[in-house]
Design a binder for this molecule. Structure first.
Ligand code: SF4
Ligand code: SF4
Length: 457
């Protein structure tokens, strides 16, 4: 029967879900600030990739310990959603364990749920240990890991532990109350049954404890859901679309700039007719920017990447520039893009990670310029990149850090002619000699003059 408690629950759930949707709309608006790009080709390959990399956690298994721990948390998250569905129905309609009618299947689900909840607690405790006690370098060091990202990671882990404990409080108290009342136990509770005596034998007290555990668990879930958009943990939602829309081209293949392609085609073939210039909604020609200076010059996918970043630092740990002490950290490029996007667009309702920026130790000297380039990411970082693709390969959620680096570099070269002098010399050579070296094309085979080449005759 629906009572006052159910009405309160309905209001709380509606506010929680509504606030989450409102934040998602802000994020969508931010991502759509980016340039358009067509990424819907080859759906079957995209689905395969999503199943392997996002659902199957394929890339995580390059490091066994964090992979197994992460798997517990990930599967726990998926299975617990079934229980959340039951909580929502029970909360609205005043029922008790409404999905219990599926019998053995329900028992199996509840049992798996409890085992996974326990594994989530153990995994999160180990993750906390690795972050704060053993201080795994990739989770601890780097100018991008300022106060907020460190705090955020700890908040998430502690919240997950507390949510699971609340679930156990509910299950233990409810199980004992049902046993005392002689009612049929709905579901199987392989962990809670070992602790049934810890809350005493008073049915009323057990009822209250179960209610507190239940409310704490669901309110915690609603609060956690609304915290996600401010957190790196948002990847639990974004990883799936981000992997689906990931690059299908070979990793080393760069995209070309259509405006330059048309110009070259016209140079090679005077009869070539470039397409009419793009116009905006009012019919004004769109000024084409070569490369990217700020977030709106990047594509929506590159902006989506930055909302998907788990801040795991796997990319930075394998980056040859970073490990040899250069300023570049691919994780910083991705995190800076997100910070700048939220500075320019909107930030989620709960927290503005930008506010925590100044609390970190800065190693990268940026300027006051209010653009992604120079205001957040310096040319020195960009030119340190060897374009080796190791970061792209390492990323567990298929983020293409290199494409952002290349687009920012393109802007430096094509719009500002601000490449390092060694590269400018190479560009001049390519223009004049058709090769990066300072030799005339006529001298190209000089190296072969002294070679002994046996004649067939
Ligand atoms: S592509 Fe650039 S950023 Fe990525 S790992 Fe290689 S050097 Fe580092
Ligand atoms: S870009 Fe990928 S590998 Fe790098 S920190 Fe983010 S999620 Fe991890």
């Amino acid at each position: 029967m629906i009572g006052i408690e159910n009405i309160i629950f309905l209001i709380v759930a509606a506010v929680g879900i509504g606030l989450f949707v409102w934040q998602i709309r802000k994020i969508r608006k931010n991502v759509l600030m980016g340039r358009d790009v067509e990424l819907t080709d080859n759906p079957s390959e995209r689905i395969n990739k999503t199943l392997l990399v996002a659902f199957g956690q394929q890339k995580m298994f390059k490091r066994m310990l964090p992979a197994v721990l992460h798997l517990f948390v990930y599967v726990g998250f998926i299975v617990i959603n079934i229980e959340v569905l039951e909580i929502l129905i029970d909360g609205i309609f005043g029922t008790h364990r409404v999905l219990g009618f599926v019998g053995p299947l329900y028992s199996g689900l509840m049992a798996i749920n409890e085992i996974l909840a326990a594994l989530v607690i153990v995994s999160c405790a180990i993750f906390l240990w690795r972050r704060n006690v053993t201080k795994v370098p990739r989770l601890w060091k780097g100018p991008e890991l300022r106060a907020w990202p460190k705090l955020d990671a700890n908040i998430i882990l502690i919240t997950e532990i507390v949510l699971m404990l609340a679930l156990f409080v509910f299950n233990i108290a409810d199980l004992k109350r049902v046993q005392l009342a002689g009612e049929e136990v709905v579901g199987a509770y392989p962990i809670s049954r070992f602790f049934v005596d810890i809350f005493g034998n008073d049915p009323e007290q057990l009822y209250t404890i179960a209610k507190v555990g239940w409310w704490f668990h669901i309110l915690g879930i609603l609060a956690f859901m609304n915290y996600l958009p401010s957190s790196k943990h948002f990847h639990i939602i974004m990883a799936f679309p981000n992997v689906y829309y990931s690059k299908l081209l070979p990793k080393g293949k760069f995209t070309t700039n259509p405006a330059i392609t048309h110009e070259i085609k016209a140079m090679l073939d005077p009869s070539y007719q470039p397409p009419a210039p793009e116009v905006d909604a009012e019919g004004n020609p769109v000024i084409q920017r070569f490369g990217a200076k700020d977030v709106e010059d990047l594509t929506w996918k590159q902006l989506m990447d930055s909302y998907t970043c788990t801040e795991c630092g796997r990319c930075t740990a394998v980056c040859p520039a970073n490990v040899t002490g250069k300023l570049l950290s691919p994780r910083k490029i991705v995190m800076d893009t997100r910070d700048r996007m939220e500075e320019k667009g909107e930030h989620p309702a709960i927290f503005a990670p930008n506010h925590y920026k100044e609390l970190g130790e800065e190693r990268v000297e940026t300027t006051d310029e209010k653009t992604l380039l120079r205001g957040y990411i310096t040319p020195e970082e960009l030119w340190a990149c060897t374009t080796c693709n190791a970061c792209v390969e390492a990323c567990p959620v298929n983020i293409d850090q290199l494409s952002t680096i290349m687009d920012l570099r393109r802007f430096l070269v094509l719009e500002e002619s601000a490449a390092p002098s060694s590269l400018n010399a190479m560009f001049t050579n390519i223009e004049n000699n058709g090769a990066p070296w300072a030799f005339s094309p006529a001298d190209r085979f000089n190296w072969a003059e002294d070679l002994y080449v046996p004649s067939k005759n």
